[in-house]
Design a protein around this ligand. Structure first.
Ligand SMILES: [Zn+2]
Length: 418
């Protein structure tokens, strides 16, 4: 998950609340809750085992194979890996619209990162142990207790270990799931488990679009070729224009120039310069508007640098040219205030005495939300910290609450008879 900030949560809904209370009191559901406590050491083992298998961006195959084995061991049906590496397992129901429970299996860590995963008391340490070892463990824990319970739910469940959530993965795994005819319209609800905790509900998808902007020119000697248009100056002019673009406070919209590169030496007119730009909003229309502003700013920066160079009367007309390459695109979207999924998770939290804030963030839920489907991202319970660093940790205390929350949500979405 990427950065987030809390927004207001509101009241709960009586009928859904009654249904959740009924489910929580069923003997089989209570037995499943108990297993979440008694099986904790197994969940921690799975979490460490999963995290010890390297899963860098675009290199999730080995971890996917490990997960497919666990899905088979747990008795899920139709366990398979798709063309991009997403792992699927099904628990059948009566209907044909699925409730999906997914966890991304990729990490931010390059293949050579030492994966020293260890346990001290209730704490697990090592890169990826929480993000998303906690999500993978939660998915396995839920599949595991359901495998032993006699709970017949109406909608079938599909468990998905998906690739490509982090960074340049750009949500490619989830994107592929929702581009596949078999799943595109068959998934009615998506519950994404990302990281630790039980105190948030991501119901708003923060969209982002990222660009590499490159300006190229003939280059030359700073003294003898003076007057040749300068890519760094063209870029600087473009940044100056972009920086003056107004953005609304609501929907919150931001832009950033995060990386700038270019040039070879102090006495050379550079042959190229580049920058990386990040545009974000909860509104796709605002991101579109910012993209147009970026393109106009670049045209203006290049034109004014070329114009300035022309005034220097160089021997032959020389110009800089620009190129914009999209390097990331996470679509925006949000769950409508009357979405069933939002009512269910609020009722579940009320039932469990859990306090959670609705947040906006960039997660796998962006993809279904951008398509107008119901989706949320929540944590796998316990607590964690140091995500995306080698000092990452996860504390198993309180995992049980997160697991109960996930199970009850799925059962309420699916429908369970008397
Ligand atoms: Zn994550």
């Amino acid at each position: 998950m990427e950065s987030s900030r809390p927004v207001a949560a509101s009241d709960t809904y009586p009928t859904v609340h009654q249904e959740v209370a009924r489910l929580a009191s069923l003997p089989e559901v209570r037995a499943a809750f108990d297993r979440f406590r008694s099986q904790e050491s197994q969940f921690a083992l799975w979490q460490m085992e999963a995290t010890r298998v390297a899963a860098p961006p675009f290199g999730e195959g080995a971890r996917g194979a490990w997960l497919a084995e666990r899905f088979r061991d747990l008795g899920l049906n139709d366990v398979h890996v798709d063309e991009v590496g997403n792992v699927f397992g099904i628990r059948p129901g009566y209907g044909n619209r699925f409730v999906a429970l997914s966890a991304h299996i990729d990490t931010v860590f390059p293949a050579a990162t030492p994966l020293n995963i260890r346990q001290q008391g209730s704490r697990l340490y090592g890169p990826g142990v929480s993000d998303n070892g906690a999500g993978i463990a939660a998915m396995l824990a839920v599949a595991s207790v359901l495998g032993r319970a006699r709970i017949s739910h109406a909608s079938p469940f599909v468990f998905i270990g998906n690739v490509g959530e982090e960074g340049e993965g750009d949500l490619r795994g989830m994107r592929h799931v929702f581009a596949t005819p078999r799943w595109r319209d068959a998934i009615a609800y998506s519950v994404v488990v990302d990281g630790a905790g039980a105190d948030t509900v991501v119901a708003e998808a923060l969209g982002s679009r990222r660009f590499e902007v490159i300006v190229r020119g003939p280059g030359g000697h700073s003294w003898t070729d003076f007057g040749t248009p300068n890519p760094i100056i063209a870029l600087a002019r473009a940044i100056d224009v972009l920086s003056q673009t107004p953005v609304p406070a609501s929907p919150k919209t931001t832009f950033n120039v995060g990386v700038i590169r270019g040039g070879t030496s102090v006495n050379s007119i550079p042959e190229s310069a580049s920058m990386r730009v990040d545009l974000r909003s909860t509104s796709t229309a605002e991101i579109d508007r910012l993209e147009r502003a970026l393109r106009l700013a670049l045209e203006e920066g290049v034109a004014s640098e070329n114009g300035a160079a022309a005034l220097q009367k160089t021997r032959k007309p020389q110009v800089v040219q620009s190129e914009i390459v999209e390097i990331g695109n996470r679509p925006a979207g949000e769950l409508s205030a009357d979405a069933r999924l939002l009512k269910v998770i609020r009722a579940v939290d009320a039932q469990l005495g859990n306090t959670a804030q609705v947040q906006r963030a960039s997660t796998d839920a962006n993809i279904p939300l951008s398509l107008g489907r119901e989706a949320i991202a929540i944590g796998g319970g316990g607590s964690g910290g140091g995500a995306h660093t080698l000092q990452e940790w996860f504390d198993c205390n309180g995992r049980e609450l997160g697991l109960r929350r996930i199970l009850l949500t799925m059962l309420a979405l699916s429908g369970v008879g008397e």
